[in-house]
Write a protein that binds this ligand. Structure first.
Ligand code: ATP
Length: 480
């Protein structure tokens, strides 16, 4: 249930707010003094989702109380009811993480917008606490599977990095090598595990929206910016911000990011207040960012700033000795999901898996094993659904077609095509990734490999499509 504490000594306003929130289903407590609020929030340890507090109360100042609550570990979203805060008050409130100052007499429309932002923030924090608990169990250095020297070296490095306060780390390696997994391991086994883990794929957000997504915005900062929006930088305060595909970030925005991570502070789009944060940045890219910075495609100063610690994840081809261990771990996961009992990896199949080039790395291996376990009829991993045959070993496209359909030109496992649409089997024979690749491939083919036409047909953005084309290794189609 949503909980709100109102700290307000004006009786009429206090009871009016209480009624209003109760009508909307909130559980409300009303404190006319700070002493009363102190008893509730410090002595009884009550932590409401939102606090709506007057600034000047008969027995003290609301800002001092917010500072006490923060020192006590209270993380409620805080809104001050006072438009008359001095610049120093506003700066101090921002530093203590207060969301807003609302002038009296109250503009109820503005109050609703601010409460909506606060509710989103409170929900995100709750999710974060839940995730921190399960994340710590799920993501330890041992979650990076493999006994090969390359995998062992990665795990040793992860163990070391988790014990030191590192402000930025750069992860390199091909798609599907585990950069996202490693970012989570670094966060959940590190010193910031209790803080938020916030991730953003820079290639999946249109360029003009990335800035406000990262840094947030003030109301009216641009057309459509209604309420105040806290960006991901702010949401990651006290934790980790994982920027995947950082190489896709616009060069202008790279300078703002560099300044923000160097100063650990920034301004929201359209805002004047400086927001201070304490974040660890983990950036990842499957491009060679050093080369990109030499060519002027990526800011050299940002590259140097984020690459103090650089960890390159090995491709699966470089550690084929780990395939057996990864596959047997995946058996457990997919058996549990499908109720199957696959436990035997026949040596001949292992040999096939080890001689394939795995351009999509562990992600691709997961997809292959998922499909095969789902369609298995006994304890042995069946060969027929692997889609890896001597023909395509070491040269296959990233999503191999099963043996009975080996044409690369046609979408891998789609049903006969209806020219106006596309029929996909929902019997477990295609993973979601397979389907996505199939849809993209088909749309590109139907639009003569014209990326912008495909963008329009898919109702997506150029950045998103470009990212997916790279993810599924379809560049050759559009560059031909
Ligand atoms: N060493 C490993 N042990 C166990 N699982 C792994 C390992 N490496 C990768 N995975 C799994 O493979 C899948 C793909 O990994 P992940 O998404 O982290 O790759 P990535 O390098 O971030 O890819 P991209 O560059 O496309 O974003 C995930 O399900 C991840 O858990």
């Amino acid at each position: 249930m949503r909980t709100i504490t109102i700290i307000e000594d004006e009786k009429l306003l206090g009871s009016e707010l209480k009624r209003r929130f109760e009508r909307e289903g909130w559980s409300v407590t009303l404190s006319p003094t700070l002493a009363d609020a102190r008893r509730l929030m410090l002595e009884l340890d009550f932590s409401p989702s939102v606090v709506l507090s007057d600034m000047n109360l008969p027995d003290g100042n609301g800002l001092d109380f917010l500072e006490e609550v923060r020192a006590h570990g209270g993380r409620s979203e805080w809104i001050f009811l006072s438009g008359y805060g001095s610049r120093q008050d506003i700066a101090r409130a921002a530093k203590l993480g207060a969301l807003d100052f609302l002038a009296k007499p109250l503009d109820y429309h503005k109050l609703d917008l601010t409460i909506a932002t606060a509710t989103r923030g409170a929900r995100a924090r709750q999710r974060m606490t839940d995730t921190a608990r399960s994340g710590a169990q799920k993501y330890s250095p041992d979650s990076f599977i493999g006994q090969s020297p390359a995998a062992t070296q990665v795990r040793t490095m992860l163990g070391q990095l988790a014990t030191v306060p590192v402000t930025s780390i750069l992860l390199g390696g091909e798609t599907g090598t585990g950069k996202g997994l490693v970012a989570k391991i670094l966060h959940y086994s590190g010193q910031r595990a209790e803080g938020p883990f916030v991730d953003l794929n820079c290639a999946a957000i249109p360029r003009d929206m990335l800035e406000s997504e990262l840094f947030g915005h003030e109301p009216g900062a641009f057309t459509g910016a209604k309420g105040r929006h806290r960006g991901l930088m702010e949401q990651a305060d006290g934790g980790t911000l994982f920027l995947d595909e950082i190489g896709e970030m616009d060069i202008g925005l790279q300078s703002k990011l560099l300044k923000a991570i160097e100063e650990q502070s920034f301004r929201r789009v359209g805002g004047e207040e400086t927001i201070s944060v304490d974040i660890q940045l983990i950036a990842a890219s499957n491009r060679d960012l050093r080369a990109a910075s030499d060519q002027g495609d990526f800011r050299r100063d940002l590259y140097h700033r984020i690459s103090v610690f650089e960890l390159r994840l090995p491709s699966l081809r470089e550690r084929t000795g780990d395939i057996a261990a990864i596959v047997t771990t995946l058996f457990g996961e997919f058996n549990a999901r499908s109720g199957k009992q696959v436990s035997i990896l026949p040596p001949a199949i292992l040999e096939t898996l080890q001689s394939y080039s795995w351009p999509g790395n562990v992600r691709e291996l997961r997809n292959v094993i998922e499909r095969s376990v789902m369609l298995a009829t006994g304890p042995k991993l069946p060969r027929e659904w692997l889609g890896i045959t001597p023909d395509n070993v070491a040269t296959s496209p990233s999503t191999p077609a099963p043996q009975h359909q080996q044409s690369n030109a046609a979408p891998p496992q789609a049903m006969p095509n209806d020219p106006a649409g596309l029929t996909l089997p929902l019997d477990g024979s295609m993973t979601l990734d397979d389907m996505e690749e199939c849809i993209i491939r088909t749309v590109l083919e139907r639009h003569d490999f014209n990326v912008m036409a495909a963008v329009r047909a898919l109702g997506t953005t150029r950045e998103t499509l470009r990212y997916r084309i790279r993810k599924y290794g379809l560049e050759a189609l559009v560059n031909a």
